[in-house]
Design a protein. Sequence first.
Length: 168
Amino acid sequence: MKKTGLFYGVSTKKTALIGKEIQEAFGEDKADIVSVEEAGKNEFERYDNLIVGASTWFDGELPSYWDELLPELDSLKLKGKKVAIFGLGDQEGYPENFVDGIGLLADFFESAGAQVVGLTSTEGYTFEGSRALRDGKFLGLALDQENQSDKTSARIADWVKQLKKEFA
Ligand SMILES: Cc1cc2nc3c(=O)[nH]c(=O)nc-3n(C[C@H](O)[C@H](O)[C@H](O)COP(=O)(O)O)c2cc1C
């Protein structure tokens, strides 16, 4: 059976709650949670499918725990693996950099050879610019706990359903 690793900063506030919710949507033992604060190359290479998550901070940057880890993963080889990305952001507070972190993670994992799956529509969001876009779609799941927390559960449920097909 293919193994899925769910990577995010477990010491964060909102991202950690969302990560748990995604794991529950998969069914408890279908995705292992791996703390990004502790992860190294081996953890990423151990899984067939990766789910990676981050909020966006500092006007369009990744939070520091991802920022510190990525340079350490420069020789990571993920050819043949799939990666799905979720990101938290605030489309009213940061409309020009909404969930930029999704795009930054997509660039990184693609350059390591992985295929990005789990792209979603921008319908229902209002913002001006985002590095998370490619051909008019988000390169992952965009969640906005500041302005649209009421939509989060349904967005996660739809996305996990999509991933179960795309990861197969
Ligand atoms: C200082 C600061 C900068 C932020 N910059 C951005 C940003 O550039 N783009 C965005 O979409 N959200 C931005 N946000 C919103 C956060 O991504 C959002 O609040 C997220 O839910 C935080 O999750 P976390 O607590 O797990 O890190 C920013 C928030 C703060 C406090």
